[in-house]
Ligand binder design. Sequence first.
Ligand SMILES: *Cc1c(COP(=O)(O)O)cnc(C)c1O
Length: 415
Amino acid sequence: MVPRVWHPFTQLQDFTPVGTVVGAEGLWLHLADGRRLADGIASWWTCLHGHRHPHLVQAVVHQAQAFDQVILADFDHAPAVNLTERLVALLPGDLNHVFFSDDGSTAVEVAIKLGWQAHRRAGNTRRNRLVAFEGGYHGDTLGAMRVGDRDTFAEPFLDLLGRVDLLPWNDADALADFLAEHGDEVALVIVEPLLQGAGGIRIGDAAVLRRIADLTRAAGAWLVADEVATGFGRTGTLFACEQAGVVPDLMCLAKALTGGMVTLGATAVRAPLFERFLGPTRREAFLHGHTYTGNPIACAAALASLDLIESEGTVARLARMETQWAAAAPGFSALPGVANVRWKGGVFALDLVGGPGGYLDPVERRVHRAALAEGLYVRPLGNVVYLWPPACVTDEELDWMLDVLRRVVEQEVTA
Ligand SMILES: *Cc1c(COP(=O)(O)O)cnc(C)c1O
């Protein structure tokens, strides 16, 4: 029987779920059949501290007891105000204003619309181009897909997406050439700083990011840093932009923002852009909003997650994983069919070569199943196998995960 629940990115003909989750704690997912699985990808990069951290649970319960969803269009409340203050204090430079939304895709939609309209608010209608990078991923809604790679996911929707200028990843010279010709037509440049995530876990250089920022600013376009995946320590600093000394004009946050408790997106904006939306009437305002904008329970969870980032040294923990990745890397590189072993902060990845490659490479399902049989949950991006564990993982658990992965890769590549 086909399921009624429509699982994402999943062919539902002949689909059997991995299991039914009945509990979760720290690194572990507990299933109805008694198995427990290590969550090697922090449930799509959200559960920063691990599952069900008591401090997060308590924050959500407390907020739910005080008040639930409240319309933010006319009201203030402490969770939204305090979260904004906390984020502004932590964000680089003068990213002083925060627009809340629902998830990463909406945080990106907001950034694109803000950047676009801000030029028009200044009377400039010439800036019609959106610049992004090959291999990029910014979400699955149409606006976010417009600035994503034209990959397997985009293929059915090409006619709906509109134009984007996709430039080579991690190549500031290509951007310089493009801007030399089209600089005054560009509304914004959107980039995943230092680490492309869902497009294939590709690592970029801080020096290139720095130049991208300088070139973008010199061209009069806005720089959008999509830190939905990299934000909150994943690359070894609280925000990836910090490693390049870059202050973007807009920054998108989601995924680990609430530590995996509930969904929340945020778009942080620098003062010069924010001020373009001030004016005597509502026409000058940003006429955009999502029903659950600034949801108090989500904001309370995010505040609690920021507490933990401070009290548990989360960023240092993720940065320290690099020692273990580096120690394990030669063992992977020595395997036949393994290429590009790489890591950054709390992320470790490699490519399995020899098959068709790309997202639909059948090696993905083989690695997924073989790892599950050993108690490790991973979900490769096609032929890109990676670990993205929660910060609560112990050194021993991390070594165990790497051991499992090495065995699985060895077995499945030669299979
Ligand atoms: C996951 C992701 C998004 C989309 O976030 P959703 O919460 O899935 O909508 C956007 N940008 C980046 C960099 C992401 O990794």
